[in-house]
Design a protein around this ligand. Structure first.
Ligand code: ASP
Length: 446
């Protein structure tokens, strides 16, 4: 691990690879058009998929091993329930605030409202024509989701099936109980807990190995996203300009939440310098952007938050997997903005009550959103149905969803890391030296 040579930190390599990926994607599609996009899909995309699969491969064992070890090290179940209460409270509060920020911005900026009624009508019919079939498929996928059943399903019938199917909440539930069981066994349990601790350390080592090919992986991911986007945006034609204000509203909302909520929580509650925190989390944020998946990013989020920010495993191993599954501030915020934008284009006025309904349903919808690309859009249809806006209206924003998905996933991951840091600070489980020593130990300077 000891660095004898001074090397560029990993996040810089990832950033360079991302830019190279975007340029390569643009060049291939610009020069070879449709066949260039096909080339990227056949030869480059699989490299990105292999990289993400490597991370997905270790996410389940990492959560199981580190959570069991983390809980067993607590020796005190009252601390566990305190951590649980603070975490859930912060997750719910930050998500509701995120949606409120999105709603305030979209009501001030009102994207789409300056368009003439005829232009709106033309926009609606042409986008519904182009993306209508995809939209209908997504609406029926969302209608199949049963939030009540999801709550019942937190308790697994078979923990091995939960592990096999990556049911993260079920895994968290089982690991918590197993950790408590081991604690109750005293010395006998401590032996097994230390085995889990060693296994968890071994998986973190695997994260470091996998991250060595991260630049290659993100290059491939970005190159294929750009090649795909090229196709979609050519379908959008001149409507892209009309959609730009909507996109900028979402991005402004995400940035506002980062600055107004996370920086304040970190600075004033956790007493952690915001900039150092961002530097420590940068590799995970860049990966979240490249992959659009908080679930695939989870192993790296855990690594950055533990090694670079200094959050102890007893907090991070519980707060982060839970957050990756249920805490999606970026998704909630985006759903609020998108719902109002779609209602505007349909000419449907929204009352204050409707907007309140958006806060409630978007909070639930973001909790129910799976941490993989594009699901926030699927769950948006539930929000639309609640405020009586046609769910097929998602066709309006489908063509520009991917870049917004990338951006909101960054906020989702940052939100989880922020809450983990705040909870750790309040529990005395934060090693403050990790941040001041410059961070990035685990992710690049070896
Ligand atoms: N891609 C997001 C995530 O994984 C979820 C979404 O908003 O679609 O965090």
């Amino acid at each position: 691990m000891a660095a004898s040579r001074k090397r560029l930190a990993l996040h810089w390599w990832i950033l360079i690879a991302m830019i190279a990926g975007v340029l390569a994607g643009l060049a291939v599609v610009g020069i070879a058009g449709e066949s260039g996009a096909e080339f990227v899909a056949t030869w480059i995309k699989p490299i990105g998929t292999i990289f993400l699969n490597l991370l997905r491969m270790i996410a389940v064992p990492l959560v199981l091993f580190s959570l069991v070890a983390g809980v067993a090290s607590l020796n005190d179940t009252s601390k566990l329930s305190r951590i649980g209460g603070k975490t859930i409270g912060l997750y719910l509060a930050t998500t509701a605030i995120a949606i409120a920020i999105g709603l305030v911005l979209v009501n001030v900026i009102r994207p789409g409202s300056r368009l003439e009624p005829e232009t709106r009508e033309a926009m609606r019919s042409s986008l519904v024509e182009r993306f209508g079939a995809q939209a209908t498929a997504k609406v029926s996928a969302a209608n199949a989701v049963d939030i009540g059943q999801q709550i019942v399903d937190i308790v697994p019938q078979n923990p091995f099936a939960a592990l096999a199917q990556t049911e993260m909440l079920q895994i968290v539930f089982f690991a918590l109980l197993l950790g408590i069981g081991l604690t109750r066994l005293g010395q006998k349990g401590a032996h097994v807990a230390s085995v889990f601790e060693t296994l968890s350390d071994a998986i973190i080592e695997m994260v470091h190995l996998i991250m060595r090919i991260a630049p290659l992986g993100v290059f491939a991911l970005l190159c294929s996203v750009v090649a795909d986007l090229g196709k979609d945006s050519s379908q959008l034609g001149d409507l892209l300009a009309a959609l730009l204000v909507y996109m900028l509203t979402v991005v402004a909302g995400l940035a506002a939440h980062l600055v107004l909520v996370y920086s304040v929580l970190l600075k004033f509650v956790a007493k952690v310098p915001f900039r150092s925190f961002l530097r420590a989390l940068a590799p995970a944020q860049l990966l979240a952007f490249s992959s659009s998946s908080s679930a695939a990013t989870l192993p790296l989020t855990i690594d950055c938050v533990e090694k670079n920010v200094g959050v102890h495993e007893e907090v991070s191993s519980f707060v982060l997997p839970l957050g990756a599954t249920i805490n999606m501030d970026g998704t909630g915020l985006y759903q609020g903005v998108a719902a109002v934008f779609i209602a505007t284009i349909y000419g449907i006025p929204l009352t204050f009550g409707d907007q309140l309904m958006i806060v409630i349903t978007a909070s639930l919808a973001s909790i129910g959103t799976a941490a993989v690309p594009g699901v926030g859009l699927v769950m948006l249809t539930i929000v639309l149905q609640q405020i009586h806006v046609p769910a097929e209206g998602i066709a309006l924003i489908l063509g520009v969803d991917r870049p917004l998905d990338m951006a909101r996933t960054v906020l989702n991951v940052t939100g989880d890391a922020t809450v983990a840091t705040v909870v750790a600070a309040s529990e005395g489980s934060l090693d403050r030296d990790a941040l001041t020593s410059g961070g990035d130990t685990a992710t690049g300077s070896e």
